[in-house]
Design a protein around this ligand. Structure first.
Ligand code: URA
Length: 290
């Protein structure tokens, strides 16, 4: 700044808001600022829970078996502070019992809405569970609600959802014959990647939802649902378009990993692969008379 320019310090509220908007901060998650340089008060002791089977890939540094893939694990490890396994176990245990107790989709929806074991609920506007026909032969599981989904309370209704709808329409599918849900039921703030804790806490619910819907074909869009539900250890670009089997509880169905529509929006060059996968999906549905 030269001597004739006026100082813009201190910045106005508008300057600060514009700075935040340019930096990608698109929402406030609390009424008051929090001084994170001050040590938080000690947390009350957590009552120990009986041991439950948290996938080794989630809580340890070991290579995963069936469970979360290495790509996802590495991404999660890089982004999130590692949870204490006790907290993750307690949440998973609560979700497992709640999900198992549900015998209908309506009961399961109510249980998900009542669940307090996923921290994302605190910052979300809505619980986002599913849209489409729960009797459909085709079920699609994505990652997590984004801003539009959080605002409307429905999965895949934003830009990537609209692309997904166009892709489905191209093979003769729409909400009347597809059921669409996500791994997580609350929006991660700022659309960040889901953490291990969040995936572990929500997984029993999506698995139970699949069991109650009993689809004939499952599609996993993106790396998180693919690695979590199909136990793949390779990246999504390697496993996409190849048939896997989803086997859990009463369900044993062919499952197809696909690129996430949000990725297709960022990388239009890979739409050709996505179209190939859609044709593969259409052929399988035809073959099964679904
Ligand atoms: N991306 C997802 O994975 N799910 C949504 O519902 C929206 C965007």
């Amino acid at each position: 700044m030269n001597a004739t320019e006026t100082s813009d310090f201190p910045p106005s509220l508008l300057d600060i808001a514009l700075f935040y908007a340019e930096a990608g901060v698109d929402e406030a998650i609390g009424e008051l600022p929090v001084d994170r340089t001050v040590a938080p008060p000690p947390r009350p002791a957590v009552k120990p829970q009986p041991a439950v089977a948290v996938p080794a890939a989630v809580t340890s540094g070991q290579p995963p078996g069936p469970g979360l893939g290495t790509g996802v694990q590495a991404a999660l490890a890089a982004r999130a502070p590692q949870p204490t396994s006790l907290t993750a176990q307690a949440a998973e245990s609560a979700a497992t019992s709640a999900a198992r107790a549900c015998n209908t989709i309506a009961e399961l929806e109510a249980a998900i809405r009542a669940f307090e074991g996923c921290g994302l609920k605190a910052t979300a506007t809505n619980t986002v569970i599913a849209r489409g026909n729960p009797k459909a032969a085709l079920m699609i599981v994505g990652e997590a609600p984004g801003r539009d989904e959080d605002a409307q309370g429905l999965p895949f209704v934003g830009e990537s959802g609209q692309l997904l709808d166009r892709m489905l329409k191209a093979i003769g599918r729409d909400e009347s014959n597809v059921y669409i849900s996500n791994m997580l039921f609350w929006r991660p703030p700022g659309n960040r990647d889901p953490s291990t804790e969040e995936i572990v806490a929500c997984r029993p619910f999506i698995e139970r939802l699949i069991e109650l819907v009993q689809p004939k074909v499952l599609v996993c869009t993106g790396k998180f649902s693919t690695a979590t539900l199909l136990g793949t250890t390779q990246g999504i670009t390697r496993v996409r378009g190849r048939w896997h089997e989803y086997a859990k509880g009463d369900v044993k169905v062919p499952a197809l990993p696909m690129l996430h529509p949000a990725y297709l929006l960022r990388q239009p060059g890979v739409k050709r692969e996505a179209w190939r996968d859609m044709l593969e999906l259409a052929a399988k549905l035809d073959e099964l008379g679904a």
